[in-house]
Design a protein around this ligand. Structure first.
Ligand code: NAG
Length: 190
């Protein structure tokens, strides 16, 4: 789960810094500059960071709830589909497409949008997150349902893999089906 979250926030922060139209963070303080922080996180020089620095929380929040996140997610989905389409599938072979689940297929941004979570501005609390996941109200990452279906029509079997525990199987299946995800080959949980 920690790894999944890290990817979530990486993707979030990277695009947030680039997409900001009116910077909130002062560039007079290079030690706390959004883009420098992003570079060091992206290159994995800053590791094991627990929270998004307070000065960037607003960026992250606006990005996740705004137009740019949807555009970026759709662009990734489009690129993924183009890649899949260009791959020659072997007939009668078991062609499988593996999706990570958390914040690749199922988005937990409504959880992170809660004021006391503040898009990672507050320390991650696994208990709190688990309680939210059990509600089964994750949303689909923009563009992913369409990609999922298109991959199936190309002939791929879908495998979903997640750090979620087996105890969350029923709620996860219900959540996926409510969002329109169907006919996966396998759902692999911890
Ligand atoms: C994590 O969340 C739970 C449930 O809301 C709460 O009881 C607990 O105190 C929180 N832990 C920390 C370290 O904040």
């Amino acid at each position: 789960m920690k790894v999944l979250l890290l990817f979530f926030f990486l993707a979030t922060i990277i695009a947030t810094c680039q997409g900001a139209s009116h910077p909130v963070v002062s560039h007079h303080n290079p030690g706390f500059d959004c883009l420098s922080w992003r570079l060091t996180v992206e290159t994995n020089n800053i590791r094991d960071w627990a929270v998004v620095p307070q000065a960037f929380v607003s960026y992250v929040g606006h990005y996740m709830l705004g137009y740019q996140y949807r555009e970026d997610a759709q662009a990734v989905a489009d690129a993924t589909y183009n890649h899949a389409k260009s791959t020659q599938l072997i007939k009668d072979f078991r062609n499988t497409w593996i999706f990570d689940l958390g914040d690749t297929v199922l988005s937990s941004y409504p959880y992170y949008a809660q004021p006391d979570i503040a898009f990672g501005g507050m320390k991650y609390n696994s208990t709190k997150f688990a309680i939210w996941v059990k509600k089964g109200i994750s949303l689909a990452v923009p563009g992913v349902l369409d990609l999922y279906k298109k991959l199936q029509s190309l002939g791929y079997k879908i495998v979903l893999i997640s750090g979620r525990s087996e105890s969350l199987r029923a709620v996860t299946i219900k959540n996926l089906k409510n969002l329109g995800f169907t006919n996966w080959e396998k759902l692999i949980l911890k």
